[in-house]
Design a protein around this ligand. Sequence first.
Ligand code: AMP
Length: 214
Amino acid sequence: MRKYVIVGPQGSGKGTQSALLLRDLDLVHIGVGDIFRWHVKNHTKIGAQVRRTMAAGELVGDDLVERIVRERLDQHDWNFGFIIDGFPRNRRQTEFFLESYDIDGVIHLDLPDGEVRRRVLARRYCARCGMDYNLIDDRPTQEGRCDVCGGELVAREDDTEEAIAQRLRDYHQKTDPVLELFGRKEYVVTVDARPDIDTVQRTIREKLGLPMPR
Ligand code: AMP
């Protein structure tokens, strides 16, 4: 059984690195933001409670988050373990998690703020079909045009210098205490997220004592 938390700023490759671990190790991905999005989409009572908070980009109250996490983990559909993403997001949630569950490690994808900015500012998507691009390593063949449908490539509205700076401030303010608390228990493995995808994956596995990718 392997139980991990993954932490990292936007653009650090959390999704990509989690997917590679899940595939090989049969782990279940638990995305707390995804669970809330599901509730909003399906108009549940919880959805009604969190819709406005989420739309404002604010954090949902700790009591509700803890209930959601507890209910999700109580399903015990994770025979080989899980990777939890988007939780814990502050000191209180970390204390709750440490008291309630045993974990095997916290994967901390470390990316300097300057590199987060560079990666996020390079993101584009097709205004017509929604295909994602990245001007650093996933460039379209013709500048500014989608390879699939020829639509115009644009940046997300909230991928501006100011919005990124604000998100980075929030991230550090909330996440640094989480890493500090987990660090006291020697759970945290910090991995440099700057190298290519395979190198980062190999470093994560090496540090957690996991088998290398097949
Ligand atoms: P995410 O997809 O992780 O960015 O989460 C989307 C939204 O869900 C956040 O903006 C919050 O409103 C809410 N959310 C997700 N995880 C948490 C958490 N651990 N604590 C509080 N709110 C959360």
